[in-house]
Design a protein around this ligand. Structure first.
Ligand code: SAH
Length: 251
């Protein structure tokens, strides 16, 4: 997903900001950077501020027109520090991440960042599906451009990580132990039932819903093989102490 999201900087003035943007992107796993008519680039200040994200700068595409940055993108959003004349659908970075994630699975997403002094023009903003505003305080709403890129990329990364997590069952592929199979579980339930009868907890003539409830409890946990073995070990200990107790009672 993150490799389908492009950061587009429009007419950036300070090369140091471009370097800081590259760093922010690389920290969060993004790599596609397009620069529309940067004032100064490449430049030592950009390389210095990238501090190791020079691969992002080396691969950055410099274009003369905004369309060259956007033509192959299916979703285009513009970031803005303030409201504009014509209201547009305005979302925050978290909402952007939720909207962009499914799109970026297949298609390409572009996120535009404006000039340090004036932001994006109205025409540029009107090329966008959505406007993204980081909810900063009124009266001091404008972040440094690299800080704004950082906030947006962080939300995109969080969304990417959470969709990875939710696509995976909690006991999924990276579980260390193989899950118990049906036969092992049935043997455990039979063992548990017999033990509960032996200790007079379960009355076989009036079992009520005890076993279904216990089955539901254990099945909800999706036990693995080791966990089932531990439970059966506990039951065996109970069985042994029952036998020992009845022998001593006989004596
Ligand atoms: N005075 C300009 C601010 C430009 S700051 C203006 O009013 O638009 C440079 C860029 O950083 C902005 O164009 C935008 O891309 C981004 N940015 C800064 N603060 C932001 C905020 N609160 N929400 C969204 N983007 C922001």
């Amino acid at each position: 997903m993150l490799d389908h999201i492009r950061i587009v900087l429009v007419n950036t003035t300070h090369p140091g900001n471009i370097g800081a943007v590259a760093r922010a992107m690389k920290n969060m796993g993004l790599s596609d950077l397009v620069l529309v008519e940067p004032k100064v680039f490449p430049d030592e200040a950009a390389t210095a501020r990238a501090s190791g994200a020079t691969d992002i700068l080396d691969n950055a595409r410099v274009v003369g027109y905004l369309e060259d940055a956007l033509d192959d993108c299916q979703l285009v959003v513009g970031t803005s520090a303030r409201g504009r004349h014509i209201p547009w659908p305005v979302i925050d970075p978290r909402e952007l991440a939720a909207i962009a994630a499914p799109v970026a699975g297949q298609s390409r997403v572009a996120i535009l960042f404006g000039r340090e002094d004036r932001g994006l023009t109205n025409d540029e903003l009107h090329a966008c599906h959505h406007h993204v505003h980081i909810p900063s305080v009124e009266g001091f709403s404008s972040l440094n451009i690299a800080a704004a890129v950082q906030v947006v990329c962080y939300e995109l990364r969080m969304e990417a990580l959470s969709s990875e997590r939710s696509n995976r069952p909690q006991w999924g592929t990276d579980w260390d132990i193989e899950l118990a199979d049906h036969a092992e579980l049935e043997r455990m339930f039979a063992h548990l039932e017999q033990t509960l009868i032996d200790i007079d907890f379960l009355d076989p003539d009036n079992p009520r819903q005890l076993m279904p409830r216990l089955r539901r409890l254990f099945l909800r946990a999706v036990p693995d093989k080791v966990e089932v073995n531990v439970l059966r070990g506990i039951l065996k200990s109970v069985n042994r102490s029952m036998v020992a107790k009845s022998r001593s009672d006989e004596r």
